[in-house]
Design a binder for this molecule. Structure first.
Ligand SMILES: Cc1cc2nc3c(=O)[nH]c(=O)nc-3n(C[C@H](O)[C@H](O)[C@H](O)COP(=O)(O)OP(=O)(O)OC[C@H]3O[C@@H](n4cnc5c(N)ncnc54)[C@H](O)[C@@H]3O)c2cc1C
Length: 361
């Protein structure tokens, strides 16, 4: 068994992999160039779902991941990061409605829970929505979906793990000899000898792979997240309306997003007018949001491997180097991180990880 494992990155994946490793008895050092949750995991919509995930192995991994979140939350009664409020979604035009019908038919065919609601049923769930903004019917409802708060989840996983956490010290080199990674070099000059290394560097995972001599194609995209001040408006679940997606974000705050303005995001921000447009869409849907102001706007970078699917598990050509990299990491992290940690310590996960191997590139 690997005695000392270095986990690179302290986002949701790094935290979940660390918890998996230490639970199995490994000694772990987690290294982050910044602070835990300071990367994409601190700027994400973090909707927990398997809504339209293709192909089937990706759907199944996501469903297993939803169950893993539910199980973890049940084991930690005072854990407050997991919210299974369900998800509502509807479309604005014929093309969108057809797409939604296909998606619902597809997930029902996989045995996933979904049903159609009328406007009256939606208003019973979300009484503060303006009825004029909701169609009379064909509102899809996915009752087992929800959202997580990544920062408390990361804090929980890391604080219970008993791992060494190295903050604000970037990995700058990997020592590879005779087909194995032997050590990890940090910007501070520190050298960490390693029996195994797990790459959980999110959108920078390609750079870490490069240090190991591996070429991981990534096609990351940016997304804009708008956090409001607290407002006395009742939003109890994830809502995907045509021009705004939103969910609660704690203490009465709401988190608003729409792919419509993601393309306009620079590295650190987006034009005020775009933010205003999303807030206006939120206010039209829930008039009570008018009492709120924009507290912050964050730009997150989605870590997306070249073909859109997760990259998980051991690199065949470098068998003590492992990947835990994907979009939808908020959904997948607890379950996928557990599989990756188990494999790093020699447990056979070949069936579970077959569809997500690095070697497919
Ligand atoms: C706008 C947006 C919306 C999203 N919505 C959803 C959603 O609804 N549902 C969902 O499941 N997912 C969603 N995602 C995706 C999800 O947030 C990510 O997949 C997940 O947060 C990735 O976590 P991570 O731990 O891999 O990466 P990160 O959280 O980025 O963590 C990686 C860490 O690695 C560190 N690092 C990088 N380079 C180095 C280095 N050289 N040395 C040391 N440390 C390093 C970074 O500092 C960082 O802390 C969304 C993402 C965005 C941007």
């Amino acid at each position: 068994m690997a005695e000392h494992v270095v986990v690179i990155g302290a986002g949701v994946y790094g935290a979940a992999v660390t918890a998996s490793l230490t639970r199995r008895g490994a000694r772990v050092t987690v290294v982050d160039a910044g602070e835990p949750a300071g990367g994409t995991s601190g700027a994400t919509f973090s909707w927990i779902n398997s809504c339209g995930k293709q192909p089937r192995p990706y759907h199944d991994l996501s469903v297993a991941s939803m169950a893993a979140h539910r199980k973890l939350a049940a084991e930690v009664p005072d854990g407050d990061w997991y919210h299974e409020g369900g998800n509502l979604e509807w479309a604005a035009d014929d093309a969108g409605r057809e797409e939604l019908r296909e998606k619902v038919a597809g997930v029902l065919g996989y045995g996933y829970e979904a049903r159609w609601l009328s406007r009256a049923e939606v208003l019973r769930l979300e009484p503060d929505i303006d009825p004029a903004e909701v169609p009379a019917d064909e509102i899809a409802y996915f009752p087992r979906e929800g959202w997580i708060e990544p920062a408390p989840l990361i804090a929980h996983l890391l604080s219970r793990a008993g791992a060494e956490l190295v903050r604000n010290d970037a990995v700058t080199g990997l020592e590879v000899t005779d087909g194995l990674v032997r050590a990890v070099r940090l910007a501070s000059g520190r050298r960490l000898s390693a029996d195994a290394v797990v790459n959980c560097a999110g959108p920078r995972a390609d750079r870490i792979a490069k240090l190991a001599g591996l070429d991981l194609p990534m096609r990351n995209t940016r997304g804009v997240l708008i956090y409001t001040s607290p407002a006395a408006v009742s939003v109890s679940r994830v809502v995907h309306a045509p021009h705004v997606h939103l969910r609660p974000d704690g203490a009465g705050r709401l988190l608003l997003h729409t792919p419509e303005i993601d393309g306009a995001a620079g590295e650190t921000g987006v034009a005020q007018a775009s933010v205003g447009k999303v807030l206006a869409a939120g206010c039209a849907l829930y008039p009570g949001i008018r009492a709120a102001t924009v507290e912050s706007v964050r730009v997150g970078e989605r870590p997306i491997p070249g073909d859109g699917l997760p990259v998980l598990g051991r690199a065949a050509g470098l068998p003590n180097f492992h990947f835990a990299v994907s979009h939808s990491g908020a959904t997948l992290c607890v379950h996928a991180g557990d599989l990756v940690g188990a494999e790093a310590l020699g447990e056979d996960q070949s069936e579970a990880l077959a569809a997500f191997r690095f070697e497919r590139f």
